[in-house]
Design a protein around this ligand. Structure first.
Ligand code: ZN
Length: 169
């Protein structure tokens, strides 16, 4: 396990295999409560650089039964369900950015504040460099590593009476 500091200041622990997915360029978020706080605190910011019409993206290939929609990973499906549960509107893979002449379509876009969210379970190809370059170009982009899948499931399956998952060791 490794210890990291959430944006709230609290420490949290995650498996060491996520070390390469918690990057200094991005806010570190250690609980669903802090993610909700972070999303609510974001003022609207138009996506920068400009969005373009997406060129062909291969269609998502994983059917997520609870939402009866297609995603690229179960983590994405769980996260979409979690956004629904918290009544946070989102668009999935609808906006494509042009970053230094290359196209990049972040996973989620929250239209009320212009926040892009990239979920990441595995870096492949030049994905890590592209994600960092997108942030560096001024895009309001949040990176959520795969450990967040567990947090979202805890929220979703503890029932509506439970508190959302708070930072803790
Ligand atoms: Zn926190």
């Amino acid at each position: 396990m490794i210890i990291r500091h959430c944006i709230c200041g609290n420490e949290f622990s995650v498996a060491a295999r996520y070390k390469n997915y918690i990057l200094p360029e991005f806010p570190v978020i250690g609980s669903t409560k802090c993610l909700i706080d972070y999303i609510r605190a974001q003022p609207y910011k138009a996506s920068t650089p400009r969005t373009i019409v997406s060129s062909f993206l291969s269609p998502p290939h994983i059917y997520y039964e609870p939402l009866q929609k297609w995603f690229r990973s179960v983590f994405e499906g769980v996260f979409a369900q979690w956004l629904n549960w918290h009544k946070i509107a989102y668009r999935y893979e609808e906006l494509t950015l042009s970053i230094h002449g290359r196209e990049y379509t972040p996973d989620f876009y929250l239209p009320h504040n212009g926040l892009f969210i990239e979920l990441k379970g595995l870096w492949s190809g030049g994905a890590k460099a592209k994600t960092i370059a997108t942030k560096a170009a001024g895009t309001n982009l949040l990176l959520l590593p795969y450990y967040f899948d567990h947090y979202c499931r805890q929220d979703l399956y503890q029932g509506e009476d439970s508190e959302i998952f708070k930072c803790r060791l």
